[in-house]
Design a protein around this ligand. Structure first.
Ligand SMILES: [Cu+2]
Length: 268
């Protein structure tokens, strides 16, 4: 029985490790400025944790076999544990955990705590059950007022956001169901939620941030490759969570200007 367990434990360990080493299911393309640093940190974490995982599982299998039930086995002894060992692995785990956090904190800070470039494209992203809306301030550079009493999710677009058309600043606001941004320019995301907590997740941008009702959370990222990328909601936000899906289109500055101008024209 000890041998069977040893084989099962080692097989699971080797098989699961293989998929990570062979990168069978790996990250999608990283198309933002922060992607290389994030991926590097991700890989470092995986290698360190992978070594710990493989070592722990291999010794588990070996110990199961070494201490299997045998006729001539020595009598089992009760152990109170080993204080020294407890301290060593608790400290090691703490150092590893805190160290990995410190190593990555500058990446997080660069997208969250550093203010966005003055020339960044500002996009207000609103999550609601179960859609994402993207609002651009238009030529005046100001977002118009939104009012909760004007919100009507069924009307979609501006109506869903509760845009107050009486406010002059709202006249040129553009609301879209698809996120358009120009390539190689910083995008300042102003993240909001209407109802529950959602999470804006754009895997190709290595971007993920919760949207919390009552807060306007500022984050920024810089797309470096044109293309179409998936947007998902990464917070279990209700029955329709699975279909809370959107698209990010990273285009040239020219195409972006044309798109925005066309949306403005539609409004007139
Ligand atoms: Cu959601």
């Amino acid at each position: 029985m000890g041998l069977v367990l040893l084989i099962v434990i080692w097989l699971i360990t080797i098989l699961s490790t293989y998929f990570f080493v062979a990168k069978t299911w790996w990250l999608p393309v990283g198309a933002s400025a922060a992607a290389p640093a994030i991926d590097h940190h991700f890989a470092t974490t995986f290698i360190i944790m992978g070594i710990v995982f493989v070592a722990a599982q291999l010794s588990l299998g070996a110990l199961v076999w070494m201490y299997r039930d045998r006729k001539d086995a020595p009598k089992p002894k009760y152990s109170h544990g080993n204080m020294k060992m407890e301290i060593i692995w608790t400290v090691l785990t703490a150092v590893l955990f805190v160290g990995l956090n410190l190593m990555s904190s500058s990446i997080w800070a660069s997208e969250r705590f550093r203010a966005a470039d003055p020339g960044a494209v500002r996009v207000e992203v609103t999550g609601m059950q179960f859609a994402w809306y993207f609002r651009y301030p238009g030529p005046d550079g100001r977002f118009g007022t939104t009012k909760p009493e004007l919100e009507d999710a069924s009307s979609g677009g501006e109506g869903a956001l509760g845009l107050d058309t009486a406010d002059p600043a709202s006249k040129d606001d553009v609301v879209s169901g698809t996120m358009f941004v120009p390539v190689n320019r910083e995008v300042e995301v102003i993240l909001r939620a209407h109802d529950v907590i959602h999470s804006l997740f754009i895997p190709a941008m290595r971007f993920k941030q919760d949207a919390v009702p009552g807060l306007a959370i500022h984050m920024h990222f810089t797309p470096t490759q044109t293309g179409e990328y998936e947007i998902a909601c990464a917070e279990l936000c209700g029955m329709g969570h699975y279909k809370m899906h959107g698209m990010l289109k990273v285009v040239s500055q020219e195409e972006f200007d044309q798109w925005l101008a066309a949306r403005e024209a539609e409004k007139q």
